[in-house]
Design a protein around this ligand. Structure first.
Ligand SMILES: [Zn+2]
Ligand SMILES: [Zn+2]
Ligand SMILES: [Zn+2]
Ligand SMILES: [Zn+2]
Ligand SMILES: [Zn+2]
Length: 341
């Protein structure tokens, strides 16, 4: 929150009583020699009220001379509250002029609206919006574009798979199933495998099960084994298309690791999530997803944030071939349990 310095000052020594001095000075404004009564302010003298007023500062908004009390805010001076408020930023929800303001993602809000519910997609407070069944909120603007519909979701899901293929030249033959779920269900799924971290909100989850069945063949002469793999990508509904695509690429990267790098099966969480975030960031850069990019890069989370930053530091940006080499060479057992900082 930013609190502009607000100082109310009164000009002192304004229209100081006339004084007579022996050696008449020159007027500080017009430079003429002063005769008779004159005005002093500070240690300057003026021949007339007009000359004195000419030296006064002007209101930053209306241009009137600041003759009496005035207000300063952020080094600018104003004659009145009305003039000050006319230049103050306004809350983007209620349009109230803001003496104290909260900045959220580059937008300014009043105390009340900074504390009010935020849209799940743009993460900003809103004037008009609604509540979703899983108790998230969505603003009217985002509501037009977020993904509720399984067909729209499938299009982006396939696109995410193609994007992963373009980045890594790998795609598994068996495409995972897609399920759109609410925050409640997604939290249930993800809490199964990780501690709840404060403030961390996941947008997707990759789930894979492998069942191996051994059966005697019909002649009783041997056994056959069949492995059945089931893969599901759960995606949170009401994501913006850009976030859906970014999350989709992240989840498909989990699938790629499982299919093509089975020796990485027991990677520590930070490394698995770090790889997926690193690949997702390649997509964000390619598609100019500035918000998604920033949120991955600046995540304070010790698994997602530190995991990503480990690879970014080690490999530099957009270095899929470097990551590929790392994945081929790495023995998960030799990795530390927590991401090195
Ligand atoms: Zn003068
Ligand atoms: Zn003014
Ligand atoms: Zn407001
Ligand atoms: Zn929104
Ligand atoms: Zn993940």
């Amino acid at each position: 929150m930013k609190r502009p310095a607000l100082v109310v000052l009164a000009l002192l020594a304004l229209f100081a009583s006339a004084a007579v001095v022996q050696a008449a000075p020159n007027c500080s404004a017009c430079a003429k020699a002063i005769k008779g009564r004159y005005i002093t302010s500070g240690n300057k003298a003026y021949c007339s009220q007009t000359c004195f007023v000419a030296t006064l500062d002007e209101c930053n908004h209306c241009g009137n001379k600041l003759k009496g009390r005035y207000i300063t805010s952020e080094k600018k001076k104003f004659c009145s509250d009305a003039c000050l408020e006319s230049i103050l930023p306004q809350c983007e929800v209620c349009e109230k002029p803001l003496m104290r303001r909260h900045t959220i993602k580059g937008h300014v809000f009043c105390d009340l609206h900074a504390e009010s519910p935020r849209c799940t997609a743009c993460q900003l407070p809103f004037l008009r919006g609604g509540e979703l069944p899983d108790l998230r909120y969505v603003c009217e603007t985002c509501n037009e574009i977020v993904i509720y519909d399984i067909e729209k979701a499938m299009k982006l899901f396939r696109l995410a798979r193609r994007e992963l293929y373009q980045i890594t030249a790998r795609k598994s033959r068996q495409v995972p199933k897609l399920k759109l779920v609410g925050r409640d269900r997604l939290n249930q799924l993800t809490n199964l495998r990780m501690d709840q971290q404060d403030g961390l909100q996941l947008n997707g989850f990759y789930h894979r099960t492998e069942t191996t069945r051994t059966s005697r063949n019909s002649f009783g002469t041997g056994t056959t084994t069949a492995t059945k793999v089931e893969k599901t990508i759960y995606m949170l509904y009401a994501l913006s298309p850009d976030t859906f695509l970014t999350t989709g690429v992240h989840e498909f990267t989990h699938d790629m690791i499982a299919e093509f790098f089975p020796h990485l099966d027991d990677l520590p969480l930070w490394a698995a999530e770090g790889i997926c975030q690193y690949v997702a960031v390649i997509l964000c850069r390619k598609r100019d997803f500035a918000e998604q990019l920033e949120s991955i890069q600046t995540s304070p989370d010790t698994i997602y944030g530190d995991g990503y930053r480990y690879f970014e530091k080690k490999l530099g940006p957009n270095n899929w071939s470097g990551l590929l080499q790392w994945m081929k060479r790495t023995d998960p057992k030799k990795l530390p349990a927590a991401a090195p900082r």
